[in-house]
Design a protein around this ligand. Structure first.
Ligand SMILES: [Zn+2]
Length: 247
């Protein structure tokens, strides 16, 4: 697959505005729509989470480069670690998930499940009580369930079976749970930390949008140009006009 071209700045600002008060899952969809501009809303929401996040790592690379500047605090001694995560290495380390349903057998149960999508996350987080969200998410993804060879209610899956389903999903969709192996240079403590590309990329988009709207403000005040006209200049010419007005 060829790398995505960076989306136009006006589209980035539009996504930023629409996602300002949105949930993480909705922001993920807005970012994904930037990565896959031709896809409809239903197709975007139906992407398994790991596949979605692979697109977001590619989008991040197209927008801001390969190196993601990260900061973590050592849980043992509090030392602050600064390091760069490579989007390319994450993509190489997590192959895209297979499209076929997964099969899990445990304690007389045989369960066929598909991988969770953003649509599933939205249904579970926006449509029901906060308790047992993880279980509700797994049960939503059950395609079929049998117990000792007879059809069974997916709602009756015992905790041990749900746990096995969860493990199988994580194994089949490595990209859905990116984890960093970190080591503290001060005390040598080692630990694993989850990495959330949606939250990371949204923070970057937010910082970028604040900077660009400040530039638009300066140039609009000085020249009377519209936001659309200023964005159509592109970053290089915009930067030159900002130099000229002494901003
Ligand atoms: Zn430490």
């Amino acid at each position: 697959m060829s790398p995505p071209r960076a989306p136009a700045e006006a589209r980035l600002l539009d996504a930023w505005e629409r996602g300002a008060a949105a949930s993480a899952a909705r922001r993920a969809l807005l970012l994904l729509s930037l990565a896959l501009p031709g896809a409809g809303a239903a197709a975007l929401a139906a992407q398994p989470v790991g596949r979605r996040d692979r697109h977001l790592f590619r989008l991040r690379r197209a927008l801001f480069g390969d190196a993601l500047a990260c900061i973590a605090g050592c849980p043992a001694c509090g030392e602050r670690l600064e390091f760069a995560l490579s989007a390319g290495e994450v993509l190489e380390g997590s192959p895209p998930p297979a499209d076929e349903p997964l099969r899990v057998a445990r304690g007389g149960w045989e369960v066929e499940v598909r991988l969770p999508t953003t649509q599933d996350l939205l249904r579970v987080t926006e449509g029901g009580p906060a308790a047992d969200r993880a279980g509700a998410l797994l049960r939503r993804c059950v395609v079929s369930a049998t117990r000792r060879g007879r059809p069974a209610d997916p709602g009756a899956l015992p905790a041990a079976v749900l746990e096995a389903v969860d493990e199988e999903m994580a194994r089949a969709d490595l990209g859905s749970q990116v984890r960093l192996s970190l080591a503290c240079p001060a005390c040598a403590h080692g630990w694993e930390a989850p990495f959330d590309i949606v939250a990371f990329l949204w923070r970057e988009l937010d910082a970028w949008a604040r900077r660009v709207t400040a530039e638009v403000h300066v140039l609009a005040s000085r020249y009377g140009w519209s936001e659309r006209q200023i964005l159509s200049l592109g970053p290089r010419r915009r930067g030159r006009y900002l130099e000229l007005v002494g901003a």
